[in-house]
Write a protein that binds this ligand. Structure first.
Ligand code: CLF
Ligand code: SF4
Length: 501
């Protein structure tokens, strides 16, 4: 299949979460050494491609924390990997293992168990490692993953290695203590609370040392950074460079979420989070230096399921205690599902590209044509398979004459199930359309007459013609058609103009 439109042979395209933003038309993994490919091919966070097919779960076994972040309220989960404002059911290691086994039996897509809170996993080493230990024995096929603020990391690296942990996330918001002092009021170090710049300096040193120690040992490190406009936004490009130089595999720049009702310092002080465009612009700048993750859902410390969904309610401890599971049969089914999913992924990679051939033909003639954002409704599998009204989130892709790349996701309320009114004068459909601002087409498996009309009025072209087709191919085809017809001059905020009218 001819895919030279990306300016490179398919076999050389960028990686798991590629520097062009996890997108591209072809095999995102082919350039990786076999050992690394094995580690990421079914990890939904380390590979954008894998997140369409595989799920993760978290167990909330780690209540304590050894630092304070200005975006955190201890009542809630660790905001380094979680949406602030949600509370998880704290589990003992025994309970956690029971829950993991129940989820493994019921959700064969679940390949990764992460510990990401509600505090810092490495500030709770006994509980964290006891959970990992038991799981290594009972479910050796599950990948183990941990997310930490990094303060206790150097002291725990050897222990992490003992437990066969291949994936570690460190939240690194800065490499400059001046900036750090504006994010971290204190750290708890050598039995003392150390404030301001001095505390931030210790944290930064420990994070960097931990990162080096992990990469030296061949452990894949993802770096999370919370983008805080006016505090570290202009500094994160530097952070990206530094962590890349030290061997980090992936950088995940996440938006700050700060609401007054969460009771965090930033929330109360009115610190704003970044807009979609600001986040994307920063991710693009950082992408020059390293592989970027753009499909993060900032999930909770007890999240269960595919990244865009949360099935935690099905697996509360009282429900798990009541489950009667035939583990042998379940584990067989699990192995079958995962082998089939990997084969399916491989087949999709091989077959992908038809849309890019169409794109290739137009790109030669119209190189200067502007890019277009499109929203896609998909419930997984890497294909367009969701009804517009059933989508809880839309995947946002950018198509240009040379590339189709995944940009982000945008959450929406359920239009079909949610009734028509939000109670604030704006209908659920209108809110959805406003959320899709900036997009010029929506690709879904089906769409009703009313949303079709309103989308068109808002300048967004509805399209239900590519049901069950691979997303990137379909986006390429639709873009090629739009270019053929002639793209209009870009009108900013079409959705807002129409909806507000
Ligand atoms: Fe969990 Fe984190 Fe492991 Fe993934 S989440 S510990 S690396 S298994 Fe993933 Fe969730 Fe984003 Fe985290 S989408 S918040 S990046
Ligand atoms: Fe909160 Fe996590 Fe920061 Fe600790 S590391 S203060 S739990 S956000």
């Amino acid at each position: 299949m001819e895919l030279k439109v990306l300016g490179q042979e398919p076999a050389q395209s960028e990686g798991g979460c590629s520097s062009s933003g996890c997108g591209g038309s072809s095999d995102q993994m082919s350039h990786l050494p076999e050992a690394i490919r094995k580690k990421v091919q079914d990890h939904p966070c380390y590979s954008e491609e894998a997140h369409h097919h595989f799920a993760r779960m978290h167990v909330a076994v780690a209540p304590a924390c050894n630092i304070q972040c200005h975006y955190c309220n201890r009542k809630y989960d660790c905001a380094n990997e979680s949406r602030p404002g949600v509370v998880s059911e704290l589990l003992t290691p025994d309970q956690a293992v029971k829950k993991v086994m129940a989820v493994a039996a019921n959700i064969p897509q679940m390949t990764v168990l992460g510990i990401a809170g509600p505090g810092d996993p490495l500030a709770n080493p006994e509980r964290t490692f006891e959970t990992f230990q038991q799981l290594t024995e009972k479910a050796p096929d599950i990948k183990l993953c941990v997310s930490t603020n990094g303060l206790a990391l150097p002291a725990q690296v050897d222990e992490l290695c003992k437990h066969n942990i291949d994936h570690v996330t460190i939240t690194i918001n800065c490499v400059d203590p001046e900036i750090g002092a504006r994010i971290y009021p204190w750290v708890f170090w050598n039995n003392r609370r150390i404030k301001g710049k001095k505390g931030a300096k210790i944290l930064i040193e420990q994070q960097q040392k931990g990162l080096e120690m992990l990469t030296e040992r061949g452990i894949l490190v993802k770096v999370n950074s919370v983008m805080i406009p006016g505090v570290n936004d202009e500094h994160l490009e530097e952070v990206s460079k530094v962590v890349k130089a030290k061997g980090a595999f992936l950088h995940n720049v996440m938006p700050l979420i700060a609401e007054a009702e969460h009771g965090t310092f930033y929330g109360v002080m009115g610190q704003r989070g970044p807009a979609h465009e600001e986040l994307q612009a920063l991710q693009d700048k950082c992408a020059g230096d390293m592989n970027m993750m753009r499909h993060c859902r900032q999930c909770r410390a007890d999240a269960v399921g595919m990244l865009g969904e949360d099935r935690g309610d099905e697996f509360t401890m009282d429900k798990v205690d009541d489950m009667h599971i035939d583990y042998e049969a379940a584990m067989e089914k699990r192995a079958e599902y995962q082998a089939a999913a990997l084969a399916n992924l491989e087949a999709q990679r091989k077959n992908s590209g038809e849309g890019f051939v169409v794109l290739s033909s137009i790109s030669k003639a119209k190189k200067e044509t502007r890019p277009v954002l499109m929203a896609v409704a998909s419930s997984g599998g890497g294909v367009i398979n969701q009804h517009f009204g059933h989508a809880k989130e839309f995947l946002i892709y950018e198509a240009s004459p040379t590339d189709v790349r995944f940009i982000s996701h945008r959450k929406v309320d359920l239009y079909c199930a949610g009734g028509d009114s939000c109670g604030d004068g704006e209908s659920v459909l209108q809110k959805t359309i406003r959320t899709l601002e900036g997009c010029e087409a929506v690709l879904c498996s089906k769409i009703g007459y009313e949303p079709w009309e309103q989308l068109e009025e808002a300048g967004i072209e509805p399209n239900g013609e590519h049901a069950m087709e691979p997303i990137e191919d379909a986006v390429a085809v639709v873009y090629a058609e739009m270019v053929e017809k002639g793209l209009p001059e870009r009108v900013e905020s079409q959705a807002t103009v129409q909806i507000g009218a």
